[in-house]
Structure formats: C-alpha cells, structure tokens
Design a protein around this ligand. Sequence first.
Ligand SMILES: Cc1ncc(C[n+]2csc(CCOP(=O)(O)OP(=O)(O)O)c2C)c(N)n1
Ligand SMILES: [Mg+2]
Length: 570
Amino acid sequence: MAEILTGAQILCRELVAAGINTIFGYPGGAIMPFYHALPEFSGLRHILVRHEQAAAHAADGYARATGRVGVCVATSGPGATNLVTGLATAHMDSSPVLAITGQVSRPMIGRDAFQETDVIGLTLPITKYSRLVQDITQLAASVREAIAIATEGRPGPVVLDVPKDVQNQKLAYEPGGDAPRLAARGQSGNGGAPTSASLEESVREAARLIGEASRPLFMIGHGVILSNAYDEVRALAEKTGIPVITTLLGISAFPESHPLHLGMPGMHGEVHVNRAIQHADLIVGIGLRFDDRVTGNTAAFAPRAKIIHVELDRAEIGKNVKTAVGIVGDARTVAGLLADEVAARRCDDWLAEIRGFVRPRAEAFSGDLSPEAILASIYEATRGGCTIVTDVGQHQMWVAKYYPYQRANTHITSGGLGTMGFAVPAAMGVHLARPGEPVWAISGDGGFQMNMAELATMVQEGLSVKMAIFNNGYLGMVRQWQQFFHEKRYSCTPIWSPDYVKLADAYGIAGWRVERRTELDDVVRAATAHQGPALVEFVIAEEANVFPMIPPGGSLSEPIEAAPAGARAV
Ligand SMILES: Cc1ncc(C[n+]2csc(CCOP(=O)(O)OP(=O)(O)O)c2C)c(N)n1
Ligand SMILES: [Mg+2]
C-alpha cells in the first residue's frame, strides 16, 4: 500500500532497502530535510565527521573493505565541494561510493543562491554518474540506479544531488519498485586493441601464449581484489609456475610469502621485479591499468614482452601499453577460464634467473627505529590479522614494500590520486566494516595533520582505530625528490608537528611516542590491545629515503639505488 512520504524519507527508505546501515556525513541548510528524517531510521547509523572530505574517504574505506557501496552525505555549496577530493580518490581507485548532496531549492537553481554550487558540473569528470534529481517521482528509482551504477561492472563513485524542496515534497511511495533499467552508458572504445574476438577465442590465444613463453609474468592489480579472484589467480599461478607481481593496489591479492610472489613493480618497485619485467617475454596483466607509476616510460617498458591484458573496463585495454591480446572480462571469471585452458608447466629456470636479479637492500637507516622494524612489530602484535590503511608518501611505500600481507584485501591505500589525508578517515570506514579486527591507519606527519580533526569523530562515535604517525619532520617524499632532483633545496618541506601525545590526551585518547627500538614492541602491543582509538608517534630518521627509485619519466631499467653524490644518504 502506498504511503505518503517526503523526499527525504524516501531517500532513507531506499538506503535501508539497499542494505545500507552506515552513512558518513555533515549537515547543513540544503540537506536539513534529510537530517530531519534520519532519526526515524534506526537502521541507518550516521557518523558525524569533522570535515566532509573525511566522510567521502570513510565511505570509500568502508566500500573497499566490504565490496559494498559506501555512503556519504553533505549539504550544498561548501559541503559538496569538500567531498570532491574524496570522490576523485574513489574514482581513480574504482571504489563504489554514493554521495548524496543537498542542493538549493529548484526555483533558486542558477541564481547564485546562498550555498549554491553546480555539483553535477564539479563531479561529472570524477564520478561514474552524477544526477540532479528534480522530480520526486524519480527519486526512489534514482537511488536504486545510482547504487547499481556504483557497484556493477568496474565500480566507482556516484552523486545524487537533491534540491531541498524535492526533499520536502510529498509523494505516495510504493516500496520495492522495479529495479530501474539502466540508461545505456557508452563504453569509450577499446583503444584499438584486439578485443573483438570472442571470450573463448581470446582465452585460448592467451593460453597458447602462456604455454609458449619462456619468461612469463603475471602482474595483478586491484581488479583481482574487487572481483574476489584470489583463488582463481592463485590456481592459475600454481598450475603454470609463473611468478606474480602485485601492483600497489594489488597488494594483498596474493600472499606475500608464496614462493611465486615477487613484489611490487614500478617507481619504487624492487630492482628484481623491474628487471624481471624488462626481461620478460610475456606479461599477463589482470585487473590493472598499467599506470605510469607502474610502467615508467612506456616506450621503454617491457621491451621484449607481449602483453595479455585482462580487464573489466574495455577502455583500459590498449590505453597505456600495446596489447597483444585484450580480454574484456571480470578477473575472477577470466582467471578461472585461463586456469582451465592452460597446460600445466613450470618456470624454474626463469625463477632462478629472477632470483639472480635480487639486490641486497639499498636502504640503510640511521637510528635503530627503522620503518621495517615498526611494520614488523605491528604485524607481530596483530599476528597479521589486521587491515592496514596507508596515507601517501614515503611511509606508504615502506608499508607497500615491507609489510608481509598474507590475507586478502587487508591493504587499503589511495593509489591513483595519491591523496594525503586519506588514511585516518578511510580507516574509520574500515573499522566500521570490520569491527571485530584491528585496523591501523599509517600516516606521515604531513598527511596526518591534514585530517587529524577526525580524532574527535572517533571519540564521539567510539571508533577504535589505531593510528601510526611516521614522523620524519618532513613532507618526506617531496623532500626526497628535492634531494635527488632539485640539488637538495628543501623548499617548504620541513614540517612542524604538535606534541602528538598531548594531542591524543586533549582528545582523551591513548597516545604514545616511540623513539627507540627497545620501546617499540611493548607500545605497539599496548596500542593494539587498547579498547578505543589509540595513537602512536614513531620518530624516524629525518632524511630516510625510499630505494630503489625510478626517476620520473625514466625506464624501469635505470633505478636509482643511492642518494646522489653531495647529498647525505642516511
Ligand atoms: C593532498 C595532497 N597534497 C600534496 C601531495 C603531494 N605529496 C605527495 S607525498 C607528500 C609528502 C607527504 O609527507 P608526509 O605525510 O609527512 O609523509 P612522508 O613522505 O614523510 O612519509 C606530498 C606533499 C599529495 N599527494 N596530496
Ligand atoms: Mg613526513
């Protein structure tokens, strides 16, 4: 039977009907009808953030941890513009986020009304779909459609911009209407790649190339995590004996301790991984987009290799690298088909050759509190049973290189956009998605200060997030580039920090400072066991570097393995 509901109530009803139970947001004038309706929906837990950017990152973290849509809510104008960085982050990393924004009432649209911003214009290029819902009769279907678009195919963020008068309008609402027919959304071409063959033919051709190759590699990315293709990819690797490279967003798609796992490629990839790429005669990329941090200079990337590219998004095939076989499909499905089709083989000689590429660690840290020791301590304290959420910078690369991930989808980071400030709010979303297990947000002193206001959110909402700050007194990654490429001119990269232990105290949460290796394990154990949010500052060497490094625009064959002469290597 139809009920008379406001647009705001319809929005909430539809969220509940879609199985959503957690939303992150911040109220304001144009979204007030939604917030007025919210208390009637006890199934919707609202997390009041301290800045809308954090709402978007938290929804993103929640989405990445669950595979389901994460929801954030903001008012018009500044509330909506504050979401933009979070939406762009989710877009670059294919994360299903639904943003609901209040808009000024319809008669005011286009008149520079108070807090009016063209949210659709702002978000169209950084979302899969953005819609201004002007007709209340379309509202319920719009929610269903937006969630379907966010989650189906290659996931991504979507925006529903709802004018205040539409939220207040009343309508006879029939729950459970038909799922909307999705508007045809254009595919943006196949980059000239040979994807026209049927799936079976492409898989057969790929299996043939895999059988013939003498130096094959698997390179796996976020698509393997998004499609839950762990078992299929592992079976494929084990049947063929082909070594596996995991990109930054592919970390935790394959166990690091597996004998076939090589490590991370690209700008900060290990030397032996990049050399393997340069010597390979076949690269099978699954669920990744060959971005420039992975390939370096594409003209010099994998010069001997044919490339098979398995990717759900047809537009990615042939976009960045020339592809011999493009297979448009879900990573799990295609990896399963390939595993059935390939002949069992081994790659022992090739593995031995790659082992010969392995270099001793170039890094040498002054002081005894190395990033590696900190990460080993966190691993031990949680027995590998936690999720790590990283920010952006040197610490992000150290985590990517040294944390020994064994469990699927336990590494969450902003890869494509490289958004500083991501870790702390995203970890709040991960905590709510996985309340039964520890989550550590690992940030630099720069990135932590971007969103540290969320400490208050954690206190108010009782979110037990563990925070590690790698304090090197610098915007370290930029400082490293200045050291290597700008004659060590440390322009605007030294960064002052507050006393983080006192900061934690001001928020009433547990806080520690670790300066020595001897203090490390006890503090990490105590912080992990602590009920409630906990913050640990790790004071590390100021000028520690991430090695090796492929210079920007350089070839994977030319790693920098030591600080340039004249610059102090620490
Ligand atoms: C929002 C944002 N602004 C600027 C940058 C550029 N950037 C990349 S890494 C970095 C330094 C990060 O410093 P910190 O958080 O202290 O981490 P560290 O590199 O020292 O580990 C900067 C400024 C960015 N990625 N994101
Ligand atoms: Mg720093």
